[in-house]
Each structure stands twice: as C-alpha cells, then as structure tokens.
Design a protein around this ligand. Structure first.
Ligand code: SF4
Length: 468
C-alpha cells in the first residue's frame, strides 16, 4: 500500500492544511503512516513565521536526503509558507526535493499525489529503506488512533492586516473567507469521521464575513453549535480589533464552546503596538477583555507576546510586564522578535539580541507566575479532558487536554490506553500542577463529554476487591 507521511510545522492553519492533504491522499488510495520509512511520499508542511521554524524546515529537508538515497522512488514534497516564500530557492538548496507547492496549491498537490500513486510498489518499501532506521522521527505526524478525535476546519485563508512583523499576508495573501455552507458541511464531515472537538481555524477568525449573507463570526459560531453532531467547539486565532460585544455575548451563551479565548496582545506599549500596525491600543485591549470577562466568567484568557521589537524601550517593556501582571494570562506564547525577510520591521534598526533575551527571561518569570497559579487551582479537583495520546516523554502515561486547554498527564497501561479510543473523555483527579500543566490519575472514562463517567478504580483497590 502506498504510504503518505506528513510532518507539520507552525500554526493551526498548517494543521488544517495537513488534514486536507491527508484527506486528498486517502481519496487517491494512500494510507497515512506514522513513520517516514514506511512512506512512499513524505510531505513537509513548513512554516516561516520565525527564523528557527525556517531553519528547522531546511534541516528536515536535508535529513530526508538519506531516505531518498536509500529509495529513489520516494517522493519528497515541500509545501506551506516556506514553500511559498522560497519557491525559487528550495530547488537550489535541496535538489532532492521532488515538488514544491505554495499555500494556495493544495488542490495541485492532491492532483500530483493521485498522479504518482500508480508508481508505488504495493509493499511500499525496499530493503535499503528498512536499514535507514535513523530516520524514525515521528514529530507532528498526524496519523494515530487518537488523531481523528480533533478536527480543524478552516474558516478563512490569509490575512489583510499587515502587522509589520508578520510574513503571513505576504505568503498566504489577503483575507479569503470561505462560504458558510462549506464550513458547516466540513464540520459535519469531521464529526461523522469521529471528531469530538472541532477547531475553527484562521489567522484572524473573528474578522470572518460570509460574502453571500454578511454573517459575521458570532453568527457562524451560532450556526455551528446548533449542529447536533458537534460535541465541543473551539477556535483560533482572534484579533483584538474584531472583538465585539456581540461576539463576547455569543461565547458566553453556548455551553458547547470550550471556555478558552486566545487573544494575542503582543505588547503592553501603545508606541510599540503602533509600530507593529496592530490597529488597537492597550486601552482597547483592556476594554475587549473586560467585555469578554463580563460575558464569560471563568474562561481562560491566553495570549501571544513579542519582546525586543525594533524601538522597544525599557519603558515600553515595563508596560508589557505591567499588563501581564494585570491580565493573569492562563497561557502565553512568548517570543523574541524574529526579523522576517520582506516585512517592514526587518528593515528597521534591531534591538541587540542580549537585551531582547534578557527581557524575554523577565517576561517569562512574570507570565509563568500567573500560569502556575491558574494550574494550581486544579489541584484537588477532578477535571474532564479529551485524550491526545501517549505522552511523548513517557509512553506509559496518557496525555489529554481539558476544555480550557490545559495539558493533563496520568499513568495508563497500553491496554488502558486502547480503551480511550472508544471512551476518549477521561476524568483525571489532579494531584500536582506545574507550568506545563497538571498530573494526576484517571478516575473515570466517558464516551461523551456530558455523559456520566464509568469509574476507574486504582490498582490497589482492584487487588483488594479480588482478595475479598
Ligand atoms: S493579524 Fe497580523 S500577526 Fe495576525 S496573521 Fe494578520 S498580519 Fe499576521
């Protein structure tokens, strides 16, 4: 059987694109495999949002050269944002790459997969390939028994906001909102394939507009939650500029929505926000958050932050720290500014790396205090979470995500883990918490989010029952 291996870098948009590539490949007769050495086609879905994502993608291209040498029939494909940006450069740097597809060429990629399909042997691998066991990396592969539990549905492509640090509008183009009926149909298909949680994805989802009806993102959410097949719904990413009172009210009105709102602020300084072209002030951000908290009490607020942006002064940075103290984010993605070729900010005078790194450390200290406090509140409680799969660090443990997107880890044997495919909602008694999430033990399993859990007894209790 011809196998397709996908490695995905970057944001949920790329995750959604990988899912679409996998769907097109499956329709063309491929099986999505968990190991590159089992594949007939390897797809690298790349990201260029930061310099290290770009370097990592080039590193992986070189890494797969050995696999290609061992089996020249293997096809190596590069797609995603780096492919769009470096379309001309990739063949020079990595001549063993068979094809490069930009961000708007998923249909062409699907056609190429279908055209290649008859070339592959039915057993999918050669002896030489089996010897290449150094290529076992399973990073970000989308094929395992738990993957279908979550589905990404794209609501829009591209972005028209042109933040001065961001490469997205340059590689993905301006907003292209999908018609609402198409989105609803994709959600239904995802649910029929076993998705328990649907994530609506877009670079700026809350700027969504259905061109036929003028419906906005709040209207879209209303329609999606009304679908009986939808168990849990979430979305990412939102822009503060498009946060309306109507959206906050809609979020608070529907129990199917996961209680987590990701609202990137990037900086706590108006001067920096202006230079970033973010289109809001710190006061605007505060007002949006106040409206959100009024309608959605108890929801987790998460964010993105950039430090060391060109011209950021110590005073600007102090304002970011103050805002973080005040907001108490439940999670934050924090980065040192990374110049991206072709964006305005890349041409401006840069902050010295040691200054930016030192600020990042101070920021992490402040933000992580808030995250620790948020996670600590779960200790001593039982949380319901959707299974993700075996923990990457210890496969004798299961990893799951709570509805507010906190990672929970608990011991679970292989046989126990097999049960989670049919009963993917686990109740975890939280015993400890850290910055990365919480740990505890599984005390219940349920087939549905709002179903009563089937109790799981600890081993020593089972032993006592057997002795009695
Ligand atoms: S809103 Fe700004 S940061 Fe987000 S995708 Fe658009 S340009 Fe990039």
């Amino acid at each position: 059987m011809a196998g397709l291996y996908i490695e995905t870098f970057g944001c949920q948009m790329n995750e959604a694109d990988s899912q679409e590539i996998a769907d097109r490949a499956t329709a063309a007769g491929y099986v999505v495999v968990a190991e590159p050495r089992e594949a007939s086609v390897v797809v690298l879905n790349t990201c260029t949002v930061r310099d290290n994502a770009e370097r990592r993608a080039y590193g992986r291209m070189q890494h797969f050269r050995a696999l290609k040498r061992a089996d020249p029939s293997l096809k190596l494909v590069v797609c995603g944002c780096l492919a769009e940006q470096d379309r001309e450069r990739i063949p020079g740097v990595a001549p063993h790459v068979d094809a490069v597809f930009g961000t708007s060429e998923l249909a062409r990629l699907g056609d190429a997969l279908a055209a290649w399909r008859p070339e592959f042997r039915t057993d999918g691998k050669t002896e030489e390939r089996l010897l290449v066991d150094s290529l076992g990396g399973k990073a970000d592969c989308i094929a395992d028994a738990f993957s279908p539990l979550r589905a990404f549905v794209t609501v829009q492509r591209g972005c028209s906001y042109y933040c001065t640090f961001c490469i997205v509008p340059h590689v993905r183009g301006r907003f292209d909102h999908r018609p609402m009926p198409e989105i609803l149909s994709d959600v239904e298909v995802a649910a029929s394939r076993g998705a328990r949680e649907v994530m609506l994805v877009g670079q700026t989802v809350n700027a969504y507009r259905d061109s036929a009806t003028g419906a906005d993102f709040a209207d879209l959410l209303e329609r999606v939650v009304q679908l009986d097949c939808v168990e849990r719904l979430t979305f990412v990413t939102s822009h503060p500029k498009d946060c309306t009172e109507k959206l906050a009210r809609t979020l608070g009105a529907h129990a199917k929505l996961n209680p987590r709102f990701h609202l990137p602020v990037q900086s706590g300084s108006d001067a920096v926000l202006r230079r970033m072209n973010r289109k809001y002030t710190v006061a605007d951000y505060r007002a949006r958050v106040a409206a959100f908290r009024k309608h959605c009490p108890g929801w987790a607020l998460t964010t993105d932050l950039i430090v060391g942006f060109p011209s950021e002064t110590e005073e600007d940075f102090a304002q970011t720290l103050l805002l973080c103290e005040e907001m108490q984010f439940a999670q934050a993605f924090m980065f040192v500014y990374s110049p991206r070729r072709g964006t305005p900010a890349a041409r401006w005078e840069q902050i010295p790396a040691e200054v930016a790194n030192e600020r990042l450390h101070r920021l992490i200290e402040v933000v992580e205090r808030g995250i620790r406090a948020y996670h600590a509140k779960k200790t001593g409680t039982v949380v319901r979470a959707l299974v993700q799969g075996p923990s990457r660090k210890d496969r004798a443990k299961i990893a799951a995500k709570t509805m507010d997107n906190v990672t929970v880890i608990a011991p679970a044997s292989g046989t126990e883990q097999e049960r989670f495919v049919a009963l993917p909602w686990i109740d975890v008694a939280v015993e400890d918490s850290r910055v990365w999430g919480c740990s505890g033990r599984v005390v219940g399993l349920a087939a549905n989010f709002d179903a009563e859990a089937e109790k799981v007894y600890p081993r020593d209790v089972i032993d006592l029952i057997h002795v009695a």
